[in-house]
Design a protein. Structure first.
Length: 395
């Protein structure tokens, strides 16, 4: 798979522009869906509304965004939440005290913290294991297991999990759902529901919105019953996004295909350049043949995002100097915006993960995570080069 040769999902850009956006649904038929800021809606008679009664329960601007994302993921239903972690919480709220979850061991720090520090207090226990190992998947399932939570690629080590293979194993046990956090890929490069997963989850804050100005999450499913249960929780728990944020995400989706193509091109260029640099000891990117699961990447994904993990020669001092010396890359958490970001997971996004666990996973002090944006590639390479030379002056 080259950066030019992958085949995107059919009709993706057309769906991003038109799914759920029909002008005829609005009075006056505006081409761009309006922002409905109303919190409450007039009823024709007591208990007889026209589709909306209270904005937590349903909102026109939220609805059009949910319909668009469901189409992009090739799902049937989408539910939006106030953040990615709010989406995680709502999915986990399907379960009860005494239930069990299996989760990928290399996991976004916020998800790790939620399962360990919040769900655990409700007596929903989680086993963290390497889901790229199918034998580990089989051995981790218990009689009370209700969910298997996958990240692929993982954050920050960029491991891949075979969604189709794991889903087949899990679905041999009725009553367990497979959930895939699809944030690192976006709907443009990966569709977990087509590979057998029951639920696809996004932090829309990242690639799907793509402008670093909204915090929001999404849950996409095909099953009507599962959607109904999640819709009840969306309303009952109430962690819903604002109409204005829904409008921004809906607008961001319109350029998702163009942005992801640019992220992929720049990301691969930076990864290949880093792999040849003597100041770097290792580069992890699924698009590189050196990635141990490169063949799975070619089979499971339709391309690659701008996420790169690399290990700088040295340790915490060299990593910190590198990050502080960047001029175009911004030292900040998060990812997936049009701008390039760099961060130190051990001190930033994964600081809430216990040091012993980080070390066992390989999240070392020399590990740096890049979210490569859509700037001119020569400027990005020049920026990384000058920062590396400052951080590691002699080789």
């Amino acid at each position: 798979m080259s950066d030019e040769g992958f085949k995107p999902f059919s009709h993706f850009s057309t769906l991003a522009l038109h799914a759920g956006q029909e002008p005829s649904q609005w009075t006056g038929q505006p081409v761009v869906p309006p922002i409905s800021l109303a919190t409450t809606f007039q009823q024709r008679a007591p208990g007889k509304h026209s589709g909306y009664e209270y904005s937590r329960s349903g909102n026109p601007t939220r609805d059009v965004t949910e319909k668009c994302i469901a189409a992009l993921e090739n799902g049937k239903h989408c539910l939006l939440f106030a953040s990615g972690l709010a989406a995680t919480m709502n999915v986990t709220s399907l379960f009860s005290a005494g239930d069990h979850v299996v989760a990928m061991d290399d996991l976004y720090g916020g998800s790790n913290r939620y399962f360990r520090k919040v769900a655990e207090r409700m007596n929903i226990r989680t086993t963290f294991t390497d889901l790229s190992n199918l034998d580990a998947v089989k051995s981790s399932i218990k009689p009370n297991t209700k969910m298997v939570w996958i990240e692929t690629p993982t954050n920050p080590l960029m491991k891949l999990v075979d969604i189709e293979a794991v889903s087949k194993i899990v679905h041999e046990h009725p009553g367990i759902i497979v959930v895939v956090d699809n944030t690192f890929m976006s709907s443009y490069f990966q569709r977990p529901l087509e590979l057998g997963a029951d639920v696809s989850v996004h932090s829309l804050t990242k690639y799907m919105n793509g402008h670093s100005d909204v915090v929001m999450g999404a849950v996409i499913v095909k099953d009507d019953n599962l959607s109904e249960r999640l819709r009840f929780l969306q309303n009952a728990v109430g962690a819903v996004p604002s109409p204005f944020d829904c409008y921004l995400v809906n607008r961001g989706l319109k350029t998702l295909a163009l942005r992801m193509q640019a992220h992929m091109k720049n990301g691969l260029h930076v990864a290949r350049w880093l792999e040849k640099n003597p100041r770097v000891t290792k580069v992890v990117h699924p698009g590189l043949p050196s990635h141990p699961q490169h063949e799975l990447a070619k089979r499971q994904m339709r391309g690659f995002s701008g996420m790169i993990t690399f290990f700088i020669k040295g340790g915490i001092e060299e990593a910190s100097t590198f990050l502080s010396s960047l001029k175009i890359f911004i030292l900040a958490e998060s990812l997936g915006g049009y701008e390039s970001l760099a961060e130190h997971p051990a001190l930033m996004t994964h600081a809430s993960v216990a040091k012993e666990e980080r070390e066992s996973l390989g999240i070392s002090d020399s590990l740096i995570r890049l979210s490569v944006g859509i700037e001119d590639i020569d400027d990005l390479i020049e920026d990384i080069d000058q920062a590396l030379k400052i951080a590691v002056p002699s080789i």
